[in-house]
Design a protein around this ligand. Structure first.
Ligand code: ZN
Length: 161
């Protein structure tokens, strides 16, 4: 932080305190001795989603949750599953370190997780997300799942309750 009086590049912090959602620092210029104040604020990173039609919208966790809730509805999954998945996906997206993310990247992240978790939820999500044109493409997706090595941890098709 350059001194606002003389432009010197170095200063000494004489006092720091937290003020609403930021930090206020009192500084003294090491060049001319002038005192000045700086504020540091947390800048929330906004993530934008680029939709298939190129529209750009702010990433919305609620939307992500809703899509997954619908897919997981009435499936015998632990109550916090959808929230946990959303947390994982959200941090995966932020880790990409990009300001704009194609919606396909998010959709794929959801599919990857649901596929390993519950095939019914996966097919439900995929049928909305991939917009299966007809029953043949849906069958193809199901066949792919069935052909894949059976996963012991998969849930039963019909939950017993
Ligand atoms: Zn100065």
């Amino acid at each position: 932080m350059d001194c606002p009086y003389c432009g010197y590049h170095d200063s000494r912090v004489t006092d720091s305190r937290e003020v609403n959602e930021g930090i206020r620092r009192r500084r003294q210029c090491l060049g001319c001795g002038a005192r000045f104040t700086t504020y540091e604020r947390i800048q929330p990173v906004s993530l934008f989603v680029i939709k298939k039609d190129r529209r750009r919208e702010v990433f919305d966790r609620e939307k992500l949750l809703n899509g997954m809730r619908k897919a997981c509805e009435k499936r015998p999954l632990p109550a916090d599953t959808v929230d946990r998945l959303a947390d994982e996906i959200e941090s995966e997206l932020y880790r990409l370190g990009r300001a704009e993310i194609p919606s396909a990247v998010i959709g794929d992240a959801v599919m990857r997780r649901l596929r390993g978790l519950d095939h019914i939820a996966y097919i439900r999500f995929a049928s909305v997300y991939r917009e299966f044109a007809d029953i043949t493409s849906l069958k193809h997706e199901v066949d792919t799942l069935v052909a894949a090595r059976p996963v012991a941890s998969q849930l039963p098709l019909i939950p017993d309750q």
